[in-house]
Design a protein around this ligand. Structure first.
Ligand code: APR
Ligand code: PHB
Length: 389
């Protein structure tokens, strides 16, 4: 088999890359270890930055997003018993859209299949060879047949636990945090329209939602927590305590999902090795506090699609040569923002009284200074694509 770009992984990065390349007349094949059903159901974050939404609109992927996505003009920060709104619309004139990552994945798969895209699910034992000049991807297909896919370039969009990054030795930058998030989806109508990030002495909590019927909630927990050890009643009690604010009520309902996610910051440099290009979680991980994971993956593949198009159409290598540096500028901005939000909002045994005072000072400053609030707002809604900060 032959294609121009072999893409490993059918998450938001791999699928959107395939879509963008197809629009530019470039062929690709997407190889995914899991089943279609699995990737369409995997529950993850749900905040789309403004530039993400604009891009999805521009490339014909926003029909359902525009119908079902929930536009938000701000968030609130809750601490010291007060609730403080950060008004994105007023501060930066743009907002975010709440729309589940798996909904984006469903829309991308539907669009690729409608356009005759080649997506192979349930492949195994993916190998990469010839990355210096003539890449060959080996894999076992869903029927157990061994296959070889020759291509001009390989996109490693296989997430944090994929195999692409392991084919070379990028320099790794890493931070672990002494906590994790217990996330739940509840069949309960949200009682407020916007997200609330709470810093409470007992730990962080986040109030979010997926639809007018579904609330999404998170609690900071110790990193080795077993989700099963938290009964539904204990979860609701703890959420009630940490999210408490004047006039706020929590609607309880049956839990549809309960899971624990670790928190890490990781960056691999460079994001390219010969004809292999890493994109999305394969190259970097952020803690979920800044809601940047999927948005970064999308920003990467926008740059990559353009670079590969110039290279494969006209032999122009300037874009592929600049790919890693271009992406890493945005990646490190998001790494800093996510680390900053995470450190400001979580309270753990490592938070000594001095650190606690610093957190509260930073929170007070952020909600009272227009300059500080604008900094949070412009990072949260997403700096424009192509801007090098
Ligand atoms: N072979 C084929 N596919 C693989 C392999 C492999 N060896 N290893 C992993 N994959 C697949 C995974 O099953 C997954 O579907 O690669 C895909 C990677 O997708 P994501 O993890 O969604 O990563 P990405 O597309 O970069 O999107 C980043 O995902 O982790 C979330 O919240 C994070 O929002 C971020 C987003
Ligand atoms: C979510 O809705 O799942 C969500 C929202 C904001 C975050 C992280 C997750 O920062």
């Amino acid at each position: 088999m032959r294609t121009q770009v072999g893409i490993i992984g059918a998450g938001p990065a791999g699928l959107l890359l395939s879509h963008l390349l197809a629009r530019a007349g470039i062929d690709s094949v997407v190889l995914e270890a899991r089943s279609r059903d699995y990737v369409e159901r995997r529950v993850r974050a749900g905040v789309l930055e403004h530039p993400t939404v604009e891009l999805l609109r521009e490339v014909g992927l926003a029909e359902r997003l525009d119908r079902e996505g929930m536009p938000h003009d701000g968030i609130s920060l809750r601490f010291d018993g007060g609730d403080h709104r950060i008004d994105f619309a007023d501060l930066v004139g743009r907002g975010i859209t709440v729309y589940g990552q798996q909904e984006v994945v469903k829309d991308l798969i539907a669009a690729r299949l409608r356009d005759g895209g080649d997506l192979r699910f349930e492949v195994s034992d993916v190998t990469l060879d010839g990355l210096a000049d003539a890449p060959v991807i080996g894999f076992t297909d869903a029927d157990g047949q061994r296959q070889e896919l020759r291509c001009d370039a390989v996109a490693g969009c296989d997430g944090f636990h994929g195999i692409s990054r392991g084919t070379f030795e990028p320099q790794m930058f890493d931070r672990e945090y002494p906590y994790a998030w217990l996330g739940i989806l509840a069949k309960a109508a949200p009682t407020q329209h916007e997200l609330a990030y709470a810093n409470h002495p007992r730990g962080f909590a986040l109030y979010s939602m997926r639809s007018p019927e579904i609330t999404r909630l998170y609690l900071q927990v110790p990193p080795d927590t077993d989700a099963g050890a938290w009964s539904d009643a204990r979860i609701w009690d703890e959420l009630g305590v940490r999210l408490a604010a004047d006039g706020f009520t929590l609607n309880e309902g049956p839990l549809i999902e309960k899971s624990v996610t670790g928190m890490r910051s990781v960056v691999a440099e460079p994001m390219r090795h010969g004809r292999l290009f890493l994109a999305g979680d394969a190259a970097h991980i952020v803690p979920p506090t800044g809601a940047k994971g999927m948005n970064l993956a999308i920003a990467d593949v926008r740059v990559l699609a353009e670079a590969l198009t110039d290279y494969l159409r006209r032999g122009d290598e300037s874009g592929v040569d600049a790919y890693s540096d271009t992406c890493l500028r945005r990646v490190w901005r998001a790494e800093h923002f996510s680390w900053w939000m995470t450190s400001m909002l979580h309270v753990s045994p490592d938070t000594d009284p001095f650190a606690r005072r610093l957190q509260l000072s930073q929170l007070h400053y952020t909600v009272t200074s227009r300059a500080a609030a604008t900094s949070l707002a412009e990072n949260y809604v997403g700096l424009p694509h192509g801007e090098n900060r």
